[in-house]
Design a protein around this ligand. Structure first.
Ligand SMILES: [Zn+2]
Length: 188
């Protein structure tokens, strides 16, 4: 990729963030700011140029756009599960929290089917299946119940989900995917 040479970029207070383009933690001190200049505590409106990939990221006092995908990569996933998991993480970058919750629910169904559960069952059956087959850690049942409850709320009650709902479910899903796929693959 050719390095972008931005015209008129200025020196700014260095800012640390995870770049939504290259996903690296960077600390650029180049970019653009509004007039009059905002205070140096990062209130106001700023565009920072990534020090690694040179792509621009916009900040206001509450949000980074584009945001970084929430959660971490998990290795050794089946393709369909990997795609759904990455999609759920990307939902968080555009504040699509209900979408993230629904995707996590779908991921759990996919995990259960990939481990031998019958397709077309009610969602609760997949949770019970994963638990019965020992894929849920001993103290993880409460987490699975939480996901089931959140998934049901998002699906049946047309109730919007919030950032903390999406973050919780992706955190749990990441843990479960590591436990079910990544760790076993490491000792083969
Ligand atoms: Zn970058």
């Amino acid at each position: 990729m050719n390095e972008i040479k931005w015209h008129g970029a200025e020196n700014l207070p260095a800012k640390s963030y995870t770049c939504g383009y290259c996903r690296k933690v960077v600390g650029p001190d180049q970019g653009f700011s509004e007039e009059p200049k905002p205070a140096e505590d990062y209130t106001g409106h700023w565009i920072y140029i990534c020090s690694f990939c040179r792509q621009p990221t916009y900040f206001d006092s509450v949000q980074q756009t584009p945001g970084a995908p929430f959660g971490s990569d998990v290795a050794s996933l089946p393709n369909d599960v990997q795609e759904l998991y990455q999609e759920a993480r990307r939902c968080m970058t555009v504040s699509a929290f209900t979408g993230a919750v629904l995707l996590c629910r779908k991921i759990l169904m996919n995990v259960a089917v990939s481990k031998g559960a019958v397709e077309g069952e009610p969602f609760i059956k997949y949770i019970e299946y994963l638990d019965a087959k020992g894929y849920v850690p001993p103290d993880g049942k409460k987490w699975v119940d939480h996901i089931r409850k959140k998934g049901n709320e998002a699906t049946h009650e047309i109730k919007r989900m919030w950032q903390h709902d999406g973050e919780k479910l992706i955190t749990f899903t990441e843990m479960l995917l590591r436990f079910v796929y990544e760790f076993p693959a490491k000792i083969l």
